[in-house]
Design a binder for this molecule. Structure first.
Ligand code: MN
Length: 133
């Protein structure tokens, strides 16, 4: 397996809360990740179809299209492309049933907000590496 390189890793942040976008961007830029931001699920789906990303960080509660719907949409699109982009849910919910709901929608991982930087870094690396093997 090749060494994980955050500086060549492109992440799409799908999040409607400006404060969360700022916080998340600061945490991720510290590691050199390349970032794009979509402000609701529909925007996220649109950008996903135009650009290449290595991973998506997906909020759940968003206007226009929520995180579950956006994830299901992307997974449906992937049925024709044979690709699988890692999607990590980032949510204020912390109940076990919410975790299961995220996994059922097609997300690979689940983190509750506010997220701890080291846990975020580790989860991103592990999720991308798992997806390669
Ligand atoms: Mn939200």
């Amino acid at each position: 397996m090749t060494e994980f390189n955050s500086e060549s890793t492109k992440i799409l942040i799908v999040e409607d809360n400006e404060m969360n976008i700022k916080t998340m961007s600061l945490i991720l830029k510290r590691k050199g990740y390349k970032l794009s931001v979509a402000r609701n699920g529909q925007e996220g789906v649109d950008i996903y179809q135009k650009e290449h990303f290595d991973l998506i960080l997906m909020d759940i509660q968003m206007p226009v299209m929520n995180g579950y719907e956006a994830t299901k949409f992307i997974r449906a699109l992937e049925k024709t492309t044979q690709r699988h982009i890692p999607i990590i849910a980032l949510t204020a919910y912390a109940m076990n049933e919410d975790r299961q709901k995220c996994l059922n929608a097609g997300m690979d991982e689940y983190l509750s907000k506010p997220v701890r930087p080291h846990l975020l870094y580790a989860t991103i690396e592990n999720t991308i590496n798992d997806n390669k093997t």
